[in-house]
Design a protein around this ligand. Structure first.
Ligand code: TXA
Ligand code: MG
Length: 353
């Protein structure tokens, strides 16, 4: 298959998306920019499209897809309106008022029209209304309901640039819409509204504090920080993910200790003939003596770490890093989301120094 690439920036005229929309309506696949990461879109209401998405990504088909919509009212077409579910929908309405369009995905009981192929066999559906104007225009052109996982091969970091989509998907999908670099760089926050209290299944830009301001108490799935015995409740979160090809370790502790420990490990790697890499911050980068040192930005700007993390992980692959060490991040907001992705990339391999 020949993958066509078109360019459509957020401010461009959206007429050029008619072809992309018709590809999706006819059962094809189009990758597109969102404010979080690039998505791989197909018709969410067509079971064959969802099957194609799983094939293109090499993704296990028990891992459900997020359905993207382009206006709040469309949620009523794809979620259950049974009386016992009304309260969940009411909570969804309040969250939507606060955070949609934007980087928040809500889990709700599904309506019959959503095929089990899209929800990985679950009776719930994940719904998101993205704020990216190109994404919105594409969803509208495609008929209103676009299933879209991140546009990477299963297990690799999510793409933040069209060139990374092509790296993974060239020849496997019909079209890529190049909209430049994404804004946030980490996938949306996922909140499950089918449980009481609501529960965060994947941390993202919309933090627990922000959700609690609207909903009252909100829990976070313990598996997000690698704690707890249970498998994560978002099926996709159980897979090794976002992972670079090299072995990765997250190192937590006082700044000086972290730098010293990583430098020692980098020397050790060198003596074994391995190429070492460090995920650093502006404050520490100059102090490292590894083969490759990449800063994700300043500690005072956690959004910068989110935006650069996946690019840095892909660059380590390009540059052949075999032993990768990362500084740790913390906090409630985007720092927590960065740490969650780092731990997953490292297969939860963390060292306290
Ligand atoms: O920011 C995003 O959310 C991006 C962009 C493209 O919108 N999409 C994205 O999709 O990250 P994906 O498929 O890579 O991640 C979806 C996650 C998976 O971990 C999946 O298991 C979980 O959402 N999920 C989807 N439906 C679910 C459901 N009904 N119940 C629990 N988890 C669900
Ligand atoms: Mg993904």
């Amino acid at each position: 298959m020949n993958t066509k690439v078109i360019t459509c920036m957020e401010d461009d005229d959206k007429g050029c998306l008619a072809e992309a929309g018709s590809i999706i309506r006819q059962g094809g696949l189009v990758a597109f920019p969102t404010e979080t990461v690039y998505g791989l879109g197909g018709d969410a209401l067509n079971p064959l499209s969802s099957k194609k998405i799983y094939e293109a990504k090499g993704r296990p088909s028990d891992n459900p897809l997020i359905v993207h919509i382009c206006c709040f009212a469309d949620i009523y077409r794809i979620v259950s309106d049974a009386p016992e579910h009304r309260q969940m929908l009411e909570a969804a309405g309040r969250l939507a008022d606060a955070f949609w369009p934007g980087p928040l995905t809500m889990i709700l009981p599904k309506a019959d029209v959503v095929p089990f192929e899209t929800t990985g066999g679950l009776s719930t559906v994940a719904v998101r209304f993205p704020s990216h104007r190109t994404a919105q225009a594409l969803i509208a052109a495609a008929g209103g309901f676009v299933a879209a996982p991140s546009a990477n091969t299963s297990g690799r970091p999510s793409p933040t640039l069209a060139k990374y989509v092509l790296e993974d998907m060239d020849g496997r999908i019909d079209m890529v819409i190049d909209g430049g670099e994404v804004g946030i760089g980490l996938e949306s926050t996922i909140v499950d509204l089918t449980v009481e209290p609501a529960e965060i299944l994947r941390p993202g830009y919309v933090s627990r504090d922000m959700l609690q301001e609207v909903l009252g108490r909100v829990e976070t799935d313990k598996a997000c920080s690698g704690e707890g015995e249970q498998a994560p409740r978002a099926p996709g979160m159980k897979y090794r993910h976002y992972a670079p090809k090299g072995d990765m370790t997250v190192v937590s502790g006082k700044k000086e200790n972290v730098v010293e420990y990583i430098n020692r490990q980098a020397e050790l790697a060198k003596s074994e003939g391995k190429r070492s890499g460090v995920i650093a911050t502006d404050e520490t980068a100059a102090g490292y003596r590894a083969d490759i040192v990449k800063s994700v930005g300043s500690r005072t700007d956690e959004l910068s770490a989110a935006r650069h993390l996946y690019t840095v992980l892909r660059e380590f692959d390009e540059e052949g890093a075999e032993a990768i060490y990362s500084e740790a991040f913390e906090g409630d907001g985007i720092g927590e989301a960065v740490m969650n992705r780092l731990l997953k990339a490292a297969g939860y391999h963390m060292i306290q120094v």
